[in-house]
Design a protein around this ligand. Structure first.
Ligand code: PGA
Length: 223
């Protein structure tokens, strides 16, 4: 059975009351299961919303999993303002590492990202390691990679499914530990199947399309 990961990235959006409404709305949908696909729908909110999402998923018995958008490159201790992997693991099972917005706006380097991967794995979080091109470095131990070309993020101009599939295959061949490659960048309910139906693409990372519960549930259904 093919595993499909749908990783919704809320970025720096939503207050607690908005997140509650999102949960109530998405709880109205029942997702159909398919004999060929095993879907993992992950939602990555801001740190402030992690407990709320974890509780809400439990209460509404939703088939959603919580992920974090980032973790500290340091462990527990004197690092003001940071949220470390062990703290994130209290609420989340997955964590996005190396999103292009972190690399660009917070100057995160491969060296720092490698530390984050080590800390995530040690805490029992599964990293979804984002890369922006096929030649990017992927730290050891990463099993899930997200290929997200910068020009496709938030532009409404996705990569072609064929190119994304080729890059996914290339990355899996280059790094024996990478088992799954996801595609991110302007994914919608309309185009999601053109990516997830290809043999080497194991899922998607929608940003904008994860904010609206109706659009996100359609996207999960079509994936
Ligand atoms: P987008 O963002 O779906 O809004 O293009 C994707 C991402 O940055 O993960």
């Amino acid at each position: 059975m093919k595993k499909i990961f749908i990783v919704g990235n809320w970025k720096s959006n939503k207050t607690t009351s908005e997140a509650k409404i999102w949960l109530e709305e998405i709880a109205k949908y029942t997702f159909t299961s398919s004999p060929e696909k095993e879907k993992y729908s992950i939602i990555c909110p801001s740190f402030t919303l992690l407990p709320l999402l974890a509780d809400g998923i439990n209460t509404h018995k939703l088939s959603l999993i919580v992920g974090a958008q980032n973790i500290s490159p340091f462990g527990m201790g004197a690092y003001t303002g940071e949220v470390n992997a062990v703290q994130a693991k209290e609420f989340a099972s997955y964590v996005l590492i190396g999103h292009s917005e972190r690399r660009r706006d917070f100057k995160e380097t491969d060296e720092m990202l490698t530390k984050k991967v080590e800390l995530a794995l040690h805490a029992g979080l599964t990293p979804v390691y984002c890369i922006q091109n096929k030649d990017a470095y992927v730290p050891e131990g990463v099993t899930i990679v997200g290929y997200e070309p910068i020009w496709a993020i938030g532009t409404g101009k996705p990569e072609t499914p064929e190119n994304a599939n080729e890059i996914a295959r290339f990355v899996k061949r280059k790094y024996s530990y990478v088992q799954y490659v996801l595609y991110g960048g302007s994914v919608t309910p309309e185009n999601v199947a053109s990516f997830t139906s290809l043999p080497d693409i194991n899922g998607v990372i929608p940003g904008g399309a994860s904010l609206d519960p109706h659009i996100f549930s359609q996207l999960i259904e079509h994936a």
